[in-house]
Design a protein around this ligand. Structure first.
Ligand code: NBP
Length: 489
């Protein structure tokens, strides 16, 4: 008789730890891996003494599972996922569930949901965040796909996930690739948070000439306030960590960051959606710039910046300003991330649970922070909240943060210390709150050189400038009156 509650394919770091986690929560897991010797090794070592069962073929795996069968794939994203789906299908029955817990790109999950639905099978693409530690003790889980699967996997998922504030860091995200989409945005936000913290470190180090230990103490203080989060906490620990010679280890690390797919995917998705997710974009580009180490060394010798001047103001005030700048910029980053999800949801016809998404990120993942509780409260107050900046709590918070935020960005510019994330956050904020932007001039330029037409500003209509019409003006008296067929460039 089949006794397995769930099967898991992929016995690398994530798979093994998630199996042990689900076993601890009382579920019977059947383990399989392409290289089957890893099944033996796992059962003889990490899983010894547990209720985990092994399977040495896909057929055996499926035969050991209760119906509807549930199989999680935790394998390398891409072809490996499709290869396993192809092998699983002949051994499954209508209503069985295939879950991809890897870092798959959401268009693949959109496709897999449709393809499996046509075969009567239920596909779930689930974001799994928190790395090895999360998988073992409770990750943030972001499942999306065929909604019929959710009642069958809910208990396992919500028990295996991290718990924060008495609630599971897992809820149903939405249809098709929505789970992997939200995980992608989560990773993009992670890029933004890390870049902002790194800029704050740079300002404190190069601007205020503080030591790593002094900066760590500042981060520890911040971690007791509105910035309380996993990333601020580990940053303080990193800055306190000394090498054998007593020097901070961080000062010996090559200042060259790589970037894997997900941050770039978020930036590309934002461009595709026409959504101004500037901070994550800058965070990705900042890593690209850091990678140009050799060129930067040459440029540092050839190109002069402002002369270094000791800070003459009130250091304590400036450090408080920096805390506010970090908070406000982070708020902008999350505002942009949620705007992107809203825009995509509209385009894809997905209904996303924004308060639930914020709650899912409160534990088990890299961006966990107290700030996310305030975000979930904002969406619970108003389910269709257009932007976090319209929420009373955040509106007041950013108003309070504004003076300090501006002083920090201005001072960094005077020092010549790059703050792409702080600066783009402020530029977005000023753009977002501007009723009038200079896009009127852009439109005039486009009509002048390419007859691309423009529309009239409401209230400025006249006989020549008709409302709702695409208007072309003969700006020079030399061109013709024929306009281009494309209004939007
Ligand atoms: P890996 O991403 O290193 O994948 C290892 C597993 O994939 C092994 O079971 C391996 O089988 C299998 N595999 C590979 Br590689 N190529 C295959 C192929 N062509 N056909 C079938 N199986 C193949 O494992 P991981 O680091 O545990 O990550 C698993 C998934 O979770 C990935 O999508 C990853 O992006 C995602 N993720 C990872 C983390 C993390 O912190 N590591 C965090 C969140 C999400 P074999 O043993 O036979 O080679």
């Amino acid at each position: 008789m089949a006794t397995g509650d769930i099967g898991l394919i992929g016995l690398a770091v994530m798979g093994q730890n998630l199996i042990l986690n689900m076993n601890d929560k009382g579920f019977n897991v059947v383990a399989f891996n392409r290289t089957t010797s890893k099944v033996d090794a796992f059962l003889e070592n990490e899983a010894k003494g547990t209720n985990v069962q092994g399977a040495w073929s896909i057929e055996e795996l499926c035969s050991k599972l209760k119906r509807p069968r549930k199989v999680i794939l935790l394998v390398k994203a891409g072809d490996a996922v499709d290869a396993f789906i192809e092998q699983l299908v002949p051994h499954m029955e209508p209503g069985d569930i295939i879950i991809d817990g890897g870092n798959s790109h959401f268009p693949d999950s959109n496709r897999r949901t449709k393809e499996l639905s046509a075969k009567g099978l239920l596909f779930v693409g689930s974001g799994v965040s928190g790395g090895e530690e999360g998988a073992r003790h409770g990750p943030s889980l972001m499942p999306g796909g065929n909604p019929e699967a959710w009642p069958h996997i809910k208990e396992i998922f919500q028990k295996a996930s991290a718990q924060a504030y008495g609630e599971p860091c897992c809820d149903w995200v939405g249809p098709e690739g929505a789970g992997h989409y939200v995980k992608m945005v989560h990773n993009g936000i992670e890029y933004g948070d890390m870049q902002l913290i790194s800029e704050a470190y740079d300002i404190l180090k190069r601007g205020l000439d503080l030591s790593e230990s002094e900066i760590a103490d500042i981060f520890l203080t911040w971690n007791k306030g509105v910035l309380d989060s996993f990333l601020i906490d580990i940053t303080a620990n990193i800055l306190k960590f000394n090498d054998d010679d007593g020097q901070p280890l961080v000062t010996k690390i090559l200042d060259q960051a790589g970037q894997k797919g997900t941050g770039k995917w978020t930036a590309i998705a934002a461009l595709d959606a026409g959504s101004p997710v500037t901070l994550i974009g800058e965070a990705v580009f900042a890593r690209c710039l850091s990678a140009l180490k050799e060129e930067r060394i040459r440029a540092s010798k050839a190109i002069a910046g402002p002369a270094k001047e000791a800070f003459k103001g009130d250091k304590k005030q400036f450090i408080d300003d920096l805390e506010q700048a970090l908070y406000a910029s982070k708020l902008i980053s999350y505002t942009q991330g949620f705007m992107l999800m809203r825009e995509t949801a509209k385009e894809m016809n997905w209904e996303l649970n924004y308060a639930g998404i914020a709650k899912m990120w409160r534990g088990g993942c890299i961006i966990k922070s107290v700030f996310l509780s305030d975000i979930s409260k904002a969406f619970l107050k108003k389910l269709d909240l257009e932007s976090l900046l319209f929420d009373d709590f955040f509106n007041k918070a950013i108003e309070n943060a504004q003076p300090g935020w501006r002083r920090v960005v201005a001072q960094a510019v005077l020092w010549g210390i790059p703050t792409p994330a702080f600066s783009t956050a402020l530029a977005f904020f000023d753009g977002y709150r501007s009723e009038i932007l200079p896009a009127n001039l852009l439109q005039a330029q486009r009509d002048y050189f390419g007859a691309h037409t423009f529309r009239v500003l409401p209230g400025k209509e006249n006989d020549k400038l008709q409302p709702g019409k695409d208007i072309h003006i003969n700006w020079t008296g030399r061109g013709g009156n024929v306009s281009a067929s494309t209004y939007i460039a």
